[in-house]
Design a protein around this ligand. Structure first.
Ligand code: PGA
Length: 251
């Protein structure tokens, strides 16, 4: 079942999404969160840190298993997703360091990295809540258009549009890694709950296609239509192309 929550602004989207994550942690303190990097979740992490500082949320029993990582970047590389998570979230909260997982970007043995990661997800009993952004090409994690739906963690080549979208973070375009490790669509679909967030005009068209268009590997996020517990939080711009009746139903 899909539920769409409309937010007024990026900040409002962040607060509404953080609320859902907070509810998950309160309901099940030892839950497993599938977390994501990117501009979209930054505000969510800020909000969660704020509530943590007010003693409203406790991460001491939470496990975090991140979606993806660039191949070849070490933890201390300032564009690695490990670094991003520390910088924007983990350093401020009381999550246990041994409960933080990000695919091992520095290990170039893809089979080993991916097998280990799937084992970790199994060992912790699967993901309770998976947070997702969406790429302008419809990707989730680094599952680019054409990705098979039945994959677990695997190595991918990044789409040119993804390299273009991410080059703003690197000194030179050629510094953007061309490959990544990512949880597969199968892994994402096995999460008990999925929370997809989107902000800004650039996401409006792809969001409509993903949520109301045909379910096809050409739009990886479209598979989420089949997820039994999907919540989508959009700000006004990102939600601009979604059918109006959803706005009325959730206003
Ligand atoms: P963004 O990235 O949050 O930086 O827009 C989303 C994504 O590519 O999944």
């Amino acid at each position: 079942m899909m539920k769409i929550i409309r937010a007024k602004s990026y900040q409002d989207m962040s607060r509404k999404a953080a609320n859902l994550i907070s509810a998950q942690v309160i309901m099940k303190p030892h839950c497993v969160l599938g977390l994501a990097t990117g501009s979209t979740p930054e505000g969510i992490y800020k909000q969660l840190i704020d509530w943590y500082n007010k003693d409203d949320i406790d991460f001491s029993q939470v496990t975090s298993i991140n979606l993806d990582e660039y191949v070849g970047l070490t933890h201390d590389h300032d564009q690695s997703y490990w670094y991003f998570m520390q910088k924007h979230f983990f350093q401020y909260i009381n999550i246990r360091p041994d409960h933080i997982f990000v695919p091992e970007g520095a290990n170039l043995n893809a089979d080993e990295v991916c097998r280990n990661y799937d084992r970790i997800i199994q060992r912790f009993g699967g993901i309770d809540l998976q947070l997702l952004g969406i790429g302008v090409d419809g990707h989730i994690g680094f599952n680019e258009p054409g990705s098979a739906f039945e994959l677990g963690t695997h190595k991918v080549r990044l789409q040119e549009s993804t390299i273009q979208a991410n080059k703003r973070f690197f000194a030179h375009e050629e510094d953007v890694p061309k490959e990544a490790y990512t949880m597969g669509i199968k892994t994402i679909m096995q999460a008990h709950k999925v929370l997809l967030c989107a902000s800004g005009t650039a996401k409006a068209a792809i969001l409509r296609e993903a949520l109301y268009g045909p379910v096809t590997p050409q739009v990886p996020a479209s598979i989420l239509q089949m997820h039994p517990d999907l919540t989508v939080v959009v700000d006004q711009e990102a939600g601009a192309c979604l059918p109006q009746e959803d706005a009325d139903a959730t206003a």
